[in-house]
Design a protein around this ligand. Structure first.
Ligand code: ARG
Length: 466
């Protein structure tokens, strides 16, 4: 046997690795390649912890000062891109602490008093998710403002409303835009609810049982902007509900974005021409010169795939974990990072598209009248004016739709004599309700499509946003 054969027998997967199992252990164990994104939060947490230790007399003032300055140096190195990350040091927590030791020596070793990486990472991650929630909240406000501007510009522009993607009844462009405002505002509400529950501090829970050092958990909680310390140390280190709530809210938001994106894809097609997307948010084809593709909308439509994927992944990671911390939980971060990145990008792209797009009023109007969209108005007229039972009116109208379809015309194009084949008592007055403008104007019930209602909703939202 040559040495070469021996190596292959001993380590079948050895080709990729310089050494044996230790390198593999390092590869599966290390999280520094991604958890470096928690650096700023980790340093903020350590600063709060060190200051509290000093205030409690657990750490000398000079050690605390050395730690504070050292951490600020580490932060500036990270921000400048000069920090050297080491996989051997596993994660961001140990990378930072090790560099701190290089910089300030012995006091660095006192920073971890009364703390564990378990409460440390839980704290860092909460702070990170909290920032993302705030960023998503801001992004949603921008999107809502863009939708409000569209709604205001076309509050009374008629367009077809659909059920089953079949023409149903005329609605207004403003009404359709405002439907999305409601959806995205609910997303904002879910994120805010999640934030309120997230905002408790795990710091000081230590490994799982708390600590015998006289920590002031209220103080560190306050310093980090948390409302209070978490009340149970086992729960503090093993809870990832805050990440799951963020992911769940992000998934619902991504689903809304996907639905809207799908509408933009349909509406921007040559067959619909309801909207024209700006060049800034479209792409061309390398072979078909005439093409202008709604790529941004398509990619937004797809983002739900990875965001929901992350959500499912983290639920699956967390299920069945015994209390308290298990290393499985290290796998939480990449899921949340990826989902957050996808959500922020999708929100920004949708906001850009909505701000830039032009609704084609004429195409919307032409489509609004097609497909017998005022048939319900005709049935309602028969009920209101001739006192027919609705079912009978529905039947008579259906017969008139069939007649118009056969003639290849709209309901409004039927002569009075023809209309009277539906019901002999129909009068000239009926033509008023067959027009789409009258149809939408008549739907004045609260939340309905009448321009007056739409404008009232726009005003309500504008006041709410300030
Ligand atoms: N990198 C780890 C994580 O993200 C930090 C916590 C490690 N704790 C431990 N007991 N090994 O979960």
């Amino acid at each position: 046997m040559t040495d070469k054969t021996k190596t292959a027998q001993n380590a079948m997967w050895g080709g990729r690795f310089a050494a044996g199992p230790d390198a593999i252990m390092e590869a599966i164990n290390a999280s520094i390649s991604y958890d470096r994104r928690l650096a700023a939060q980790d340093i903020a947490g350590s600063r709060a912890h060190a200051a509290m230790l000093a205030a409690q007399g657990i750490l000398s003032t000079s050690d605390a000062e050395a730690i504070r300055e050292g951490l600020l140096t580490v932060l500036s190195e990270i921000e400048a891109g000069t920090f050297r990350y080491s996989t051997a040091l596993e994660d961001i927590h140990m990378n930072i602490e090790s560099r701190l030791k290089e910089l300030i020596g012995e006091p660095a070793g006192r920073l971890h008093t009364g703390r564990s990486r378990n409460d440390q990472v839980a704290t860092d991650f909460r702070l990170w998710v909290r920032d993302q929630i705030d960023a998503a909240d801001t992004g949603l406000t921008a999107l809502i403002r863009a939708l409000l501007a569209q709604a205001e510009a076309g509050a009374d522009w008629v367009m077809p409303g659909f059920t089953h993607l079949q023409t149903a009844q005329p609605v207004t462009w403003g009404h359709h835009m405002m439907a999305y405002v409601e959806m995205f505002a609910r997303d904002q509400g879910r994120l805010r609810d999640a934030r309120a529950r997230l905002n408790e501090s795990p710091l000081g829970a230590a490994a799982l049982a708390g600590t015998s050092f006289p920590l002031d958990r209220e103080a560190t909680a306050r310093a980090l902007g948390f409302d209070r310390p978490m009340a149970n140390s086992l729960d503090a280190v093993s809870d990832r509900d805050f990440a799951l709530e963020f992911l769940s809210a992000a998934t619902i938001c991504a689903m809304h974005l996907s639905r809207m994106a799908e509408e933009l894809v349909i509406w921007s097609s040559a067959q619909f021409r309801f909207v024209t997307l700006s060049d800034r948010f479209s792409t061309g084809s390398s072979i078909m010169p005439q093409k202008k593709n709604p790529d941004a909308a398509e990619l937004i439509r797809a983002k739900i795939g990875r965001i929901l994927g992350s959500t499912v992944a983290l639920f699956t990671i967390m299920k069945g974990l015994p209390l308290a911390y298990s290393k499985d939980m290290q796998e939480d971060k990449e899921q949340v990072f990826d989902a957050a990145d996808a959500l922020m990008l999708a929100l920004a792209a949708m906001t850009g598209m909505v701000s830039d797009m032009t609704a084609n009023r004429d195409a919307l109007k032409a489509a609004a009248g097609a497909g017998f969209s005022t048939a319900t108005d005709l049935a309602d007229w028969l009920v209101r004016t001739l006192n027919l039972p609705f079912r009978e009116a529905h039947h008579a109208t259906g017969a008139l739709v069939a007649l118009a379809e056969k003639k290849g015309c709209d309901l409004a194009d039927l002569s009075l004599a023809e209309l009277r084949t539906g019901h002999p008592d129909i009068t000239e007055d009926v033509y008023a309700v067959l027009g789409v403008e009258n149809s939408v104007a008549s739907r004045t019930s609260y939340g309905g499509t009448a321009p007056a209602q739409v404008r009232a909703q726009i005003a309500r939202w504008k006041e709410r946003l300030g």
